[in-house]
Structures are given as structure tokens and as C-alpha cells.
Design a binder for this molecule. Structure first.
Ligand SMILES: Cc1cc2nc3c(=O)[nH]c(=O)nc-3n(C[C@H](O)[C@H](O)[C@H](O)COP(=O)(O)O)c2cc1C
Length: 188
């Protein structure tokens, strides 16, 4: 058997080996109607029928409380030109800041939920809370997608035009990246 040279990573840091992760801005609103934004790298689709997405959010986040209060949120997809806003919304808390105002993002009415969409993002998935589970030191919020839409021109057919729509990937810490405009179509 050949032997591979490896570098060990502490199990508590193993998640870093799964990054870069495509990063989203989740908008939510509390019972007091004040909207907030949280940056999340740990967000993914988990079911097509019903259409479900999952977000892993630590209970210490202000957004955790807001989503529990109103049971709604919007997953907004930012582009790399918004990377400063992505980092800001992931480094400050809505407990003490109005992130929409401070970072200059535009709240716009959603179609089905009370939480606003973020105007500058290229796509939006409006969700109603479907279920939630404690998972270690985070909570997994599963949302049912009620409405989903993308900016005209952001897609090539039914997928992102990755040459044009430069999504944000979190590498780790304060490092971000985007995809190069090259599509591979493996033959099997
Ligand atoms: C790139 C990036 C990704 C992040 N991903 C997550 C995540 O998946 N889950 C989480 O709980 N916090 C994540 N955070 C941290 C929160 O975004 C951060 O604590 C934020 O300030 C919480 O805002 P809030 O208190 O207004 O809800 C991330 C931060 C950054 C910069």
C-alpha cells in the first residue's frame, strides 16, 4: 500500500477542510420589525420536494433570536463586489448596529415574508421555518422555500452564468475567493 504524507488537523477545526464555502447573506426580522443581516458560510440546500434549505447558526448570534421570533428569513446571494459588506455583516452584531444602514445595503420588500430582501444581491430564497434542531454548538434551521428568484441576466439557462455572476466563497478567517470562468463537463 502506498503511504501518503499528511498534515493533521484537530477535529474541531476539520470544517476548514470543507471550505471554501459559498457564502450567503441571510436577512431576518424580529418581533420589533427591525431587519438584520447575518453572513453564513454554513448554508446549503437539503431537499427538493419539499424545497428545503438548512442554515447552521450559533445561538449567540442575534439573528438566531430573530429567526426564532418570526420563523422566517431570506437567503440572499451576494457577489464578490460585495465582499466588504459580507465580511462586515459577519463581524458585527445587529444587537448593536443597523447593518443595512451601516454597510449601505438596500432593504426591499419580499414577496411572501416579512423580512426584507437585500437589493444588491443577485438571488433571493424566501423561506418559512420548517424545523430546527440543536446540533452541537449551533442550531440547524431548516427553511421551506416559498419564493425564489434571481436577477435577470444572472443565470445562463437555469444555473448561474459564472463568467458574469461572481459568487462569494469563504476560504477562512478574512480570506475570500470567487470562481474562475471555466466550466468542466466530465465525460463518463
Ligand atoms: C464569512 C463568514 C461566514 C460565517 N458563517 C457563519 C455560519 O455559518 N454560522 C454562524 O453562526 N456564524 C457565521 N459567521 C459569523 C456571523 O456572521 C457573525 O457572528 C455575525 O456577526 C452575527 O451577526 P448577528 O449577531 O447580527 O446575528 C460567519 C462570519 C463570516 C465572516
Amino acid at each position: 500500500m502506498p503511504i501518503k504524507e499528511t498534515v493533521s488537523v484537530a477535529p474541531s477545526s476539520a470544517y476548514r477542510l470543507m471550505h471554501p464555502m459559498r457564502t450567503v447573506l441571510v436577512s431576518c426580522v424580529g418581533a420589533d420589525n427591525k431587519p438584520n443581516i447575518i453572513t453564513l458560510a454554513w448554508a446549503m440546500p437539503v431537499s427538493m420536494n419539499p424545497p428545503l434549505v438548512a442554515l447552521s447558526i450559533a445561538p449567540s448570534r442575534y439573528s438566531h433570536k430573530l429567526i426564532e421570533e418570526t420563523k422566517e428569513f431570506v437567503v440572499n446571494i451576494p457577489t464578490i463586489d460585495m465582499v466588504n459588506a459580507v465580511f462586515f455583516c459577519g463581524s458585527t452584531s445587529g444587537k448593536i448596529r443597523d447593518k443595512f444602514k451601516d454597510v449601505g445595503l438596500t432593504p426591499m420588500p419580499a414577496r411572501k415574508v416579512k423580512a426584507p430582501i437585500i437589493g444588491e444581491c443577485v438571488a433571493h430564497l424566501e423561506c418559512r421555518l420548517y424545523s430546527q434542531f440543536p446540533v452541537g454548538d449551533h442550531t440547524l434551521f431548516v427553511g421551506e422555500v416559498l419564493e425564489a428568484y434571481a436577477n435577470r441576466g444572472a443565470l445562463a439557462g437555469d444555473v448561474y452564468d459564472i463568467g458574469k455572476t461572481k459568487l462569494v466563497f469563504h476560504v477562512g478567517g478574512d480570506s475570500f475567493a470567487t470562481l474562475e470562468s471555466k466550466i468542466l463537463r466530465p465525460k463518463i
